[in-house]
Design a protein around this ligand. Structure first.
Ligand code: NBP
Length: 478
């Protein structure tokens, strides 16, 4: 029994994670339901480090040093429950199960409780960065007991991505479902970012009249500034790629129906339950869903749109600069919504998540990695009680400087009939938040009128109801 850690589930993620541990000097026990995957890994990569191949669950558990630490990397949902049950029966109090799959945080809360009652540690761990990240350094978001995190910390720190300042991209996010919760929000933010970038592309293409190559160049230029990020970088790569078969721009031969695996949808469903507005993420999820409705789209293709000519080259150049401003301002707004959601979840479940630490571990390894994340980290580090990112003086200054161009871009998009649900939802969120008065007072009046739902007043405490069907006098409803 000499393996430092074990990995069960050796499809692309598990295999690469196991290799990452081995490359960092750890002896790794290997297991997979289908034994051939285990054998293939040892055959192909045994020169990278020390592996102990196990063909049965019993052999696998016997190969681990105590307290045993085993990572489960199987399909989320029922397969994860089946594998947890199989191994929990073979483990002893104090052993640590790490679920690195994309579990829903509510499942993780249930599983952690069940394992805790058996004396086992359960660490629900969000892992971002795809297969490359798993091999070269992912962003790792573990949730569970502090004791379990302490026993994993050196290993997780050694396999994690390193931020530009050298800090490993992992931290103890919080108890039970906290890690999978922040991973879910990460994916929601990723959806919103991709939607915003897509809208910027659409505007540069159809309003500025730029070619995909020219747009790729524009993104490359933006990637040297405050938008410097993995997603902007790969956007330029995708846009400058030509299709081998036709020689057309790749982006023109791909069907425009975006798919989704479900973490964006989970984010929005959870946000609705928590009552936290994440309109940017919601619009991104709905935009993907709309794109896939070929039936609705073809039934609507006859609808009238505006007649607006593409801009002149000089105007196009100015407009591209304005789109950069709109993209950046929308991004700040959408990240603010994501962090508001982390704060709501943390309060709801008593997780005490450190918002700056989350930004810190997303600086490298994960899909939304960006220079911008270090600014978010710094904002929370400078002011741990910061109620929302928009309250930070640097971000509010930047967004204030950008708002004129942001409005121009949204207005121009509307005039040209280009859908910008992400840009406009972000702007509406910004304007709603800064408004001194919202029409919600009228909503309250309507609710009181038809349902006697009562309202509060601006000038006195208490709840009130107006006798709408009678003499319209006001009663105290307390
Ligand atoms: P998959 O999600 O495709 O799962 C395949 C693995 O699950 C195989 O090892 C398979 O064993 C095993 N498995 C299944 Br399916 N049912 C099982 C069962 N009833 N009992 C035991 N094992 C079972 O693999 P993946 O793409 O490597 O992802 C692994 C996890 O990591 C998932 O939860 C995924 O959501 C998450 N994740 C993926 C990415 C990514 O970029 N792909 C990123 C971050 C997280 P078999 O070989 O015997 O069929």
């Amino acid at each position: 029994s000499s393996a430092h850690i074990g990995v069960t589930g050796l499809a692309v993620m598990g295999r690469n994670l196991a290799r990452n541990f081995a490359r960092n000097g750890y002896t790794v026990a290997l297991h997979n339901r289908t034994v051939s995957r285990t054998r293939d890994l040892v055959r192909d990569f045994s020169d990278e480090g020390s592996f102990i191949a196990a063909e049965t669950a019993e052999e696998f558990v016997a190969a681990l040093e105590r307290p045993r630490r085993l990572v489960i990397m199987v399909k989320a949902g029922a397969p994860t429950d089946a594998v947890i049950d199989e191994f929990a029966a073979l483990l002893e109090p104090g052993d640590v199960i790490i679920d690195g799959g994309n579990a829903h945080y509510a499942d993780t809360r249930r599983r952690e409780k069940a394992m805790r009652e058996r004396g086992l540690h359960f660490v629900g761990t969000g892992i971002s960065g795809g297969e490359e990240g798993a091999l070269h350094g992912p962003s790792i978001m573990p949730g569970g007991s502090a004791e379990a995190y302490d026993s994993l910390r050196p290993m997780l720190e050694s396999i994690a991505a390193k931020a530009p300042d050298g800090t490993p991209c992992t931290t103890h996010v919080g108890p039970d479902g906290a890690g999978h919760f922040v991973k879910m929000v990460h994916n929601g933010i990723e959806y919103a970012d991709m939607q915003l970038i897509g809208e910027a592309y659409h505007l540069l293409r159809d309003v500025a009249g730029y070619s995909p190559d020219r747009i790729a160049e524009t993104f490359r230029e933006w990637n040297t500034g405050r938008l410097d990020s993995y997603l902007i970088e790969i956007t330029a790569e995708v846009l400058s790629h030509s299709d081998g078969a036709t020689g057309q721009p790749f982006v023109d031969v791909v069907a425009d129906e975006a798919e989704q695996k479900g973490t964006g949808r989970w984010t929005v469903q959870t946000a609705l339950d928590l009552g936290v507005p994440v309109s940017g993420i919601a619009e991104a999820v709905f935009a993907r869903s709309l794109s896939g409705h070929a039936d609705l789209r073809s039934a609507s293709s006859h609808l009238a749109g505006p007649a607006a000519a593409a801009l002149s080259p000089d105007d196009a150049e100015r407009f591209a600069g304005q789109v950069e401003q709109a993209l950046y301002a929308s991004k700040i707004t959408s990240y603010a919504q994501g962090w508001n959601m982390i704060s709501s979840g943390s309060q709801e479940y008593g997780w005490e998540i450190d918002p700056g630490a989350v930004a810190a571990i997303w600086r490298a390894g994960c899909i939304i990695r960006a220079v911008f994340l270090d600014r978010i980290r710094a904002a929370f580090a400078g002011r741990p009680d910061l109620p929302t990112l928009l309250a930070d003086e640097h971000f509010s200054k930047e967004i204030g400087d950008a708002q004129g161009d942001w409005r121009t871009v949204v207005a121009t998009a509307v005039q040209h009939g280009i859908p910008v649900p992400g840009f406009s939802a972000a702007l509406a969120s910004y304007d709603s938040l800064r408004s001194a008065r919202l029409p919600a007072s009228l909503t309250q009046g309507q609710r009181d009128f038809f349902g006697a739902h009562t309202y509060r007043r601006t000038d006195r405490d208490g709840s009130f109801h107006t006798l709408w069907g009678g003499d319209r006098s006001e009663l105290s409803a307390d």
